[in-house]
Design a protein around this ligand. Structure first.
Ligand SMILES: [Zn+2]
Length: 442
């Protein structure tokens, strides 16, 4: 702990003021009313141990959900949960759930965890950090014979990377159609869930409802480069951005590239170029952290000597505010109408069905994480998550929040993904003390 924080905490104690409850066992080493600290070395060792599952001959990680590597990685994790006395079970959606009793088991559980599946050629920290740190919290409590008021649950969600399937199922958001969808493993979602010990036919029987969970916490790597760049230790996640996709079709007229005069053309690709620039201008014209991307494009017919007659593009907008996404899209539509008129083309937008709504995290939990991190001597920043997480679904039924730690170089979903051991330890300590702080709330 930094001296500055110690002085602040000490003076708060002297005044009898505390946000962490009882003052009987105030610790100078942690700044809290307990002496608990996670074992950073054990977290790092386990990150490397889990990374061995799914390594191909080139040393790349391929622990994709429902594959042999995923099944073996899960078995390794389940074994550790058993050793920690968590009596792990697998729910109908293939989520692994380990429970630790509290003093008052009529209270709703405090739940925390993440996922251990990865994208093909993925990294060793995405999801695994939150999972291993959650187990670490349980073990530290065991080793210190500490029983919380609330029961605790460690949850490892199944197939996060293939569409947050486990968490969606837990809140009842998975459809029969969704279960038929093909997963990255080659199996359908339903077949995959069966392969990891779930029960897709009865997936609805394990749905959690509003107020079934006291609070949900997920520690995760940032996956972007903000914390590292600004030299901040802990990110307090304000929310997970909403994502909307549109297929944009521009119709011009395919004609001879030699014989058609420049002023006679209806060039769909030229219109598309102007459209892409317009998207960038609209997105950057207002303050905020919104992002907009044209990430794919197909040109027809696609030849040296033919004026492009048709272009199909993919437009994506992300932001924490659904209204802002709509407002930006309206402006893009207006710009598109002007481009279509000027280029004598037609521009159509087809909104895609796969959109996800912005999910704000719980304000009180944000505050608790921030206060906890500060008391541990860490710098913090309120930030959004540009990537999707299981937390966005659990947030629909329970107060939910996320803790971020720096990703070196902002690289993720890549073998180059890396977070420092000290940052992982810091994040896990924030997770531990946040859980103990929430435990004092009813
Ligand atoms: Zn993740």
């Amino acid at each position: 702990m930094k001296r500055r924080n110690f002085i602040k905490n000490a003076s708060l104690t002297a005044l009898g003021v505390t946000v962490f409850g009882i003052m009987d066992s105030y610790s100078k080493s942690t700044g809290f009313f307990n002496n608990l600290k996670v074992n950073g070395k054990r977290i790092e060792t386990r990150i490397f141990e889990l990374a061995k599952f799914g390594l191909d001959e080139k040393g790349h990680g391929t622990r994709v959900a429902y594959t042999k590597a995923d099944i073996e990685g899960r078995a390794w994790f389940i074994e550790l949960m058993k050793k920690a006395g968590l009596d792990p079970t697998i729910d109908t959606a293939g989520n692994i759930i380990g429970k630790r009793k509290g003093k008052n088991n009529s209270l709703k559980p405090i739940c925390f965890g993440s996922h251990i599946d990865m994208v093909p050629d993925g990294g060793n920290y995405d999801g695994t950090l939150g999972s291993i740190a959650a187990l670490e919290v349980m073990e530290i409590l065991n080793e210190n014979n500490m029983i919380t008021e609330h029961p605790l649950e460690l949850i490892i969600f199944s197939n996060e990377e293939g569409g947050t399937i486990g968490s969606k199922s837990m809140v009842g958001d998975i459809t029969t159609e969704g279960l038929k969808q093909k997963s990255q493993s080659g199996l359908s979602m339903g077949e995959g869930i069966k392969a990891i010990g779930g029960n897709p036919e009865n997936i609805q029987t394990y749905i959690r409802k509003k107020r079934d969970i006291h609070a949900w916490l997920e520690l995760h790597i940032e996956q972007g480069g903000i914390l590292e760049k600004e030299n901040i230790q802990i990110g307090v996640v304000e929310g997970i951005v909403g994502i909307v996709h549109w297929e944009v079709t521009i119709e011009g007229f395919a004609n001879h590239a030699g014989a058609t005069q420049m002023n006679m053309r209806q060039d769909a690709l030229l219109a598309a170029s102007k459209f892409i620039i317009a998207v960038n201008e609209v997105i950057t014209s207002v303050k905020g952290t919104q992002v907009g991307t044209v990430g794919k494009i197909a040109v027809q017919p696609g030849a040296y000597n033919v004026i492009p007659g048709k272009v199909i593009m993919g437009l994506e907008i992300r932001d924490l505010s659904a209204e802002k996404i709509e407002m930006l899209f309206k402006q893009i539509e207006n710009r598109a109408a002007a481009i279509a008129k000027e280029s004598k083309t037609k521009i159509n937008f087809a909104r895609q069905a796969n959109e996800s709504k912005p999910a704000l995290t719980d304000k009180k939990l944000q505050q608790t994480i921030k206060t906890t991190a500060k008391a541990l001597g860490f710098t913090t920043k309120l930030m959004q998550s540009g990537a999707g997480h299981d937390t966005q679904h659990i947030g629909a039924i329970a107060p939910a929040a996320m803790i971020f730690i720096p990703s070196i170089g902002g690289i993720s979903h890549s073998p180059k993904e890396f977070s420092k051991a000290v940052d992982m330890e810091n994040g896990a300590n924030v997770l531990l003390q946040t859980i103990l702080s929430i435990d004092k709330t009813s």
